[in-house]
Design a binder for this molecule. Structure first.
Ligand code: ADP
Ligand code: ZN
Ligand code: MG
Length: 482
């Protein structure tokens, strides 16, 4: 491959989703996070001799719901396999998973194709404890917490359709929002209920062959995954440009240092010796189960964002923010339901822009904590839309609303914030601003349009922000002969 060729990244994801069923995949132990170690265990998930697994029906229903949301083809009959490996996190020395016939086949979410999604059980959690006292420096011990062992998982595998770290972050957030909305998982990356591995390769732009890939394991945020992918793509591009070759290996990205470390190479890769699980019958979803999954599908983030853009004229950025979080979407819908007279586009911009910023500013409040109701925020947007108050006055009113739930109309009346609607009065103030600021006025007259900003500022100062910016600019341009 010539070093002149431009290279592009090719990325495919494997995402593990812990299902939020009440009990484990093959036994009756409760799921828990953060409980004392090894209290949620039984002979089945500890693999005592002679025990038999019993599949969790709810987990299968949740998997069907995920399959429906990702538009996957559901297998009429899928089976479980044993994936053999020896490690302390698996007392059976195999994981029950699905192999050549997964419950869900080809599907799609947004512009990324899904290769498959299958059901399996999670491994126990290893806790690595370093020791320094009375031991050889650097030696360490590992503890095992079997509470997590046997938690139902759906593993979603994408086709290698992603092309950059940023796209992975955006798409990952869409996937997370979609699954959260289904209510089948907490999708909390820090707690590990959503875990994502990224497979990365590069190839010449325009080529339809794939290069050798590396796999990056388990990062606990999409920001880190984005950075890890960018680092790995840069490394592979440099390697190839300098005549080297990518070696297939598993990597760990350390977000603290920005470094990539090799965990294992292809030579050390596992041979899992998959075999059909003899203790479980095939999964055969009934018509009724399939219909129930289809009927239970709520409006999902991708559709909602499309509806906001296409039917309500909401900007792309605001539509994305609103549709990724049901709470925000419901707040926005509340605003426009109470105020059908306002532009949904303006309402969406206020909700995701100034309002969200003010919540962050005043104690980083969650939407669920605010005293501001959709109705009162809508009233504020209406005051701006009908030009009764200026944008800058509206920001001051919003600050009071967020602070103590103030009624926007009352604040406007008490503080005398009504926009100057008397055009005679505004014309006088504009004329005065030109008189008092001869230098920028002259610059504007001689063609430097940018200098008009200083004059707009002077008018805003004189009116304490109570003038309509558009109208001020119009009058200034007229009076300066533009
Ligand atoms: P493996 O057999 O190594 O597990 P798979 O073919 O099962 O590989 O694919 C695993 C994941 O890696 C999928 O998400 C797939 O899209 C992705 N993938 C496969 N080949 C490549 C490649 N050359 N570059 C990037 N991602 C890839
Ligand atoms: Zn158990
Ligand atoms: Mg694979």
């Amino acid at each position: 491959m010539s070093s002149e060729q431009e290279l592009e990244a090719v990325i495919g994801l494997e995402i593990h989703v812990q299902l939020s069923t009440r009990t484990k995949m093959f036994c009756g132990c409760e799921l828990s996070f953060g409980d004392r170690a090894n209290v949620h265990t039984c002979p089945i998930c500890l693999a005592h001799p002679g025990v038999l697994p019993v599949p969790n029906r709810t987990a299968i229903e949740y998997a069907l719901l995920i399959a429906a949301a990702l538009e996957c083809e559901v297998a009429p009959r899928s089976i479980f396999h044993r994936k053999n490996y020896f490690y302390p996190d698996s007392p059976k020395a195999y994981q029950i998973s699905q192999y050549d016939v997964p419950i869900a086949g080809a599907g799609r979410l947004g512009d990324v194709r899904i290769h498959r999604a299958h059901l399996e059980e999670d491994a126990a959690k290893m806790v690595h404890v370093g020791h320094h006292r009375g031991r050889i420096q650097g030696s360490d011990d590992s503890l095992v917490d079997f509470n997590r062992g046997g938690t139902p998982l759906v593993e979603i595998v994408t086709e290698p359709d992603l092309r950059s770290g940023a796209q992975v972050r955006e798409w990952g957030q869409l996937l997370r929002a979609t699954i959260r909305q289904l209510g089948v998982s907490d999708v909390n990356m820090e707690e590990g209920s959503l875990r994502c591995d990224a497979n990365v390769s590069v190839r010449p732009v325009g080529s339809d062959e794939f290069g050798t890939k590396t796999e990056m394991k388990n990062m606990n945020s999409f920001r880190f995954i984005e950075r890890g992918i960018e680092a790995e793509v840069a490394r592979q591009k440099e390697l190839i440009a300098s005549g080297g070759q990518v070696v297939q290996e598993t990597l760990h990205f350390d977000p603290a240092t920005g470094e990539l470390h090799s965990l294992r190479s292809k030579e050390e890769a596992h041979d899992y010796r998959y075999m059909p699980e003899p203790d479980l019958v095939p999964v055969v979803p009934t018509r009724q189960m399939l219909d129930a999954a289809a009927a239970a599908l709520p409006e999902l983030p991708a559709e909602r964002s499309q509806r906001y853009r296409e039917e309500l004229g909401v900007s792309e950025g605001a539509a994305l923010k609103l549709s990724f979080d049901l709470e925000w979407a419901e707040f926005f819908e509340g605003v426009i339901a109470h105020h059908p007279e306002i532009e949904p586009r303006a309402a969406a911009n206020w909700v995701t822009g100034e309002f969200a910023a003010e919540l962050r500013k005043q104690g980083d409040q969650a939407l669920g904590e605010t005293v501001v109701t959709p109705d009162s925020l809508g009233a504020l947007v209406r005051l701006v839309g009908s030009k009764r108050i200026s944008h800058s006055s509206a920001k001051a009113v919003l600050a009071e609303m967020v602070a103590d739930g103030a009624d926007p109309l009352e604040v406007v009346e008490e503080r005398g914030l009504e926009q100057i609607s008397d055009s005679g009065e505004l014309e006088k103030i504009v004329a005065q601003a030109i008189d008092e600021n001869p230098a920028p006025a002259e610059q504007v007259r001689s063609g430097n349009e940018k200098a008009i900003g200083a004059l707009v500022g002077a008018v805003m100062k004189a009116t304490q922000g109570r003038a309509d910016g558009g109208e001020v600019t119009r009058l200034l341009r007229r009076d300066l002969g533009l």
